[in-house]
Design a protein around this ligand. Sequence first.
Ligand code: FAD
Length: 302
Amino acid sequence: MPTPSTNRLALSYELFPPRSMAAGNLWTTIRELESTAPDYVSVTYGANGGNHDTALTLLSELVGRTTLRPLAHLTCVGGTRNSLRRTVTDLLDLGVRGVLALRGDIPDGYVPPDGAVDHAVDLIELIRDVERGNAAQLAAGRIAVGAAAYPTRHPESATWQQDIEVLAAKQAAGADFAITQVFFDASRYAALVRRARDAGVTIPIIPGILPMTSLRRVRTLARLAGIDPPARLCRRLAHAGSEADARRIGVDATVGLLRAALDVGAPGLHLYTFNQHSSALAVLDALNLPARNGAPTESEIA
Ligand code: FAD
């Protein structure tokens, strides 16, 4: 878990923990996503641990009620070494075996607590340390640890070289794979992968893709990522005559982006769903992936 070791494309989705497990059509979404046999489904985690309990509840439901493999996002900002060790142990107790190790965005006026864990790379080391302490529970298994990567420079990084050095440090600390921040231009993804490979980064770098069917979401995610939204697409979405038109425009644009990423060697795709399956599945249908017939076998899972 979670990237197949064969050349079969990895598929994953991102969910966020709703306030209530009965929210809207969460379970319809989960079941629809499950029917596509993804390699894993990730669950976001608020910076500062804002949604700690709801995230763990959703993860526990995914483990207990579905065949899905959950990947728990975990942010270290606001946490301490002790609190983060406890959370990783709690995740293991729930049966979670995949963690996406992140720093989280720094809130305004943030004062790190005593024992703070400053960066994702430190969190990866901490997770590997907890893993060593729980070797008996994990038996022969291990925790699949993922990290963030940035096709467009992280807003706090002085240069793209810094991003690549940090990604290499994440690999050295024990990251098994990376998922990218959202991007709207496949040449950015291609450049990230090329630079990472030149710097000795060998882990899979999976493109994080937003189904671009909603103008509001495109703008929101671009703002959160600190990048410009795609102007031409935004204009087309703004002038779409109906929701169906917007969906067609957005699905076409997303498929174009994904094909371009796959053409430059993307090992899979990670779809940001906003807890709605329809756009994600429309993208998958239109993409018509050849090798996604059924769940991966155990031997395919690294
Ligand atoms: P870091 O790797 O710590 O990097 C942050 C900044 O510090 C960068 O500028 C980096 O160059 C610099 N840096 C890193 N290490 C060092 C070091 N040792 N010394 C000096 N500088 C250093 N946020 C959430 O709150 N919840 C989520 O669930 C979530 N999910 C995400 C999923 C994906 C796939 C991605 C790409 C991002 C996600 N984020 C999430 C956003 C993420 O938390 C932010 O992008 C955050 O600002 C940086 O996180 P990071 O893990 O890359 O941090």
